[in-house]
Design a protein. Structure first.
Length: 467
């Protein structure tokens, strides 16, 4: 009997355990099925879309969150000098468009496999479809400060500037001017792609200077120019000087197609011409104070100075290019005896036709004051007057020949072709009005001793003033 009772108790216990198990399984099944039903409409635990926590959210709820985020969208624009500007969704009327992508992501999740989501979280990346007003976007872009003319600094090339000790390289200016087409395209693409930040610098949107301060050609030009500018050429005109220094030389500079700095020969020649305008005296007008104290105006003649423009241009270029500072006289085509402002100087012969008188000065001292006879007025042999000529030659004991005459002279000093100063042994009288009717053939007839004194104290090139 005891054995039968024990068997009944065991069977009852098994029924109880089985019932509990069945009840537990039923509960589990209900929970599982309930959760499966829940996850048929909601995202798994740990699900993320573009960083948004979608755990337990429906497709509609996720789309609402995305719509809200897009409504608060801001594109940060990074510019130079640590400046930033923003373009917002509100400015361009940006909105989210439900295109079924969220639903597709949800449908990828099998609701019956929801237990696996607790150990295998899903993180999705997708591009949200949006719309915006393109005209408002264009207006928002144009409204950025970086596109306003008053805020733009254009890039500037490095360049040579004059400093205290020569030319220096002024560094380039980067500026903040944009390649506007490229920059605007960058912004449009960033907004279309949902980017939240762009950098004009990183995207290489800024215009650049084309010549930088380390440019080899620019450095070479600087060094070439400074070599030239170290030269000083001083032109010596006796009581006056002209200095060709860096201020003058820099006006001569030129640069060829290869970037080599040189001297512009035409500009140098023009400078030498201007020297000629200032200092050439050959045949030019001048005022002369006579031995009698009056002042006469002279013009013409062949006495004076003329710079040889071509040769002096070449010489000046050569001196500058050689880096040779120096004091020099120009190369002359014609030279006088004195380079002072008064280029007649202190040694000269003076002839007065009206007074029939001649003077000779040596180093400022009068050594001759003599009566003379000049060209015959009656016969049309007037002595050339009103200018300054130079003695062309000096001859002793020669014959002066012309139509119908041959006259021996001891001292012959021509100054105007066949016209010159000479002794006249055939005359016993000089001065007065002899020249009007019985004058010479144009020469200046002079008493022997005075002709001798003049001959012994003048040189070829000595000026002869005739008025």
């Amino acid at each position: 009997m005891k054995t039968k009772r024990k068997g009944k108790k065991k069977a009852k216990a098994r029924k109880i355990v089985l019932g509990i198990l069945i009840a537990y399984v039923a509960v589990i099944a209900v929970i599982y099925l309930g959760a499966s039903f829940y996850y048929s409409k909601h995202f798994y635990s740990g699900s993320q879309i573009n960083g948004i926590n979608c755990t337990g959210k429906t497709v509609e709820e996720v789309e609402e969150i995305i719509a809200d985020e897009i409504g608060s969208y801001t594109l940060k624009v990074r510019e130079r000098e640590d400046k930033t500007e923003n373009i917002t969704a509100t400015q361009i009327d940006m909105k989210y468009v439900s295109d079924g992508k969220i639903k597709e992501l949800k449908e990828e999740q099998n609701p019956f496999l929801w237990p696996m989501s607790f150990t295998n979280h899903k993180a999705y990346t997708m591009s949200a479809t949006t719309t915006y007003d393109e005209e408002k976007l264009a207006a928002a872009i144009d409204g950025l400060d970086c596109f306003k003319e008053e805020n733009i600094t254009q890039p500037q090339d490095a360049k040579l500037v004059e400093g205290e000790s020569g030319y220096e390289i002024s560094p380039e200016v980067q500026g903040n001017a944009l390649d506007q087409d490229k920059a605007k395209q960058l912004l449009k693409e960033a907004i279309a792609g949902g980017e939240t930040e762009v950098s004009f610098e990183d995207a290489d949107c800024y215009l650049k200077p084309s010549v930088l301060s380390d440019n080899e050609e620019l450095i070479k030009q600087r060094d070439q120019i400074n070599t030239y500018l170290q030269v000083t050429i001083t032109y010596d005109f006796s009581d006056r000087q002209e200095v060709v220094d860096k201020d003058v030389i820099k006006t001569f500079l030129t640069t060829d197609e290869e970037g080599n700095v040189g001297l512009d020969s035409e500009k140098v020649k023009q400078y030498v011409k201007e020297l000629g305008y200032e200092y050439d005296t050959f045949g030019l007008s001048r005022d002369f104070k006579t031995s009698l104290g009056t002042t006469v105006h002279l013009k013409g003649g062949d006495y004076g100075w003329v710079i040889n423009k071509d040769k002096e241009t070449a010489a000046l270029i050569e001196a500058i290019e050689a880096g040779e500072s120096q004091t020099r006289e120009p190369i002359y085509l014609y030279s006088g005896k004195c380079r002072d402002t008064n280029d007649i100087g202190g040694t000269y012969v003076e002839v007065s036709i009206q007074d029939q008188r001649m003077w000779c000065y040596k180093d400022g001292q009068q050594i001759v004051d003599t009566p003379i006879v000049t060209g015959s007025v009656a016969k049309g042999y007037d002595t050339p007057a009103g200018g300054v000529w130079a003695i062309d030659a000096k001859k002793r004991d020669t014959f002066l020949k012309g139509q119908g005459y041959s006259s021996p002279v001891s001292y012959w000093m021509p100054f105007n072709g066949g016209v010159g100063i000479h002794d006249a042994s055939w005359r016993s009288d000089f001065g007065g009005e002899i020249y009007k009717s019985s004058g010479s053939h144009g020469c200046v007839n002079t008493p022997f001793e005075n002709a001798k004194t003049i001959y012994n104290n003048v040189e070829i090139g000595t000026p002869v003033v005739v008025y």
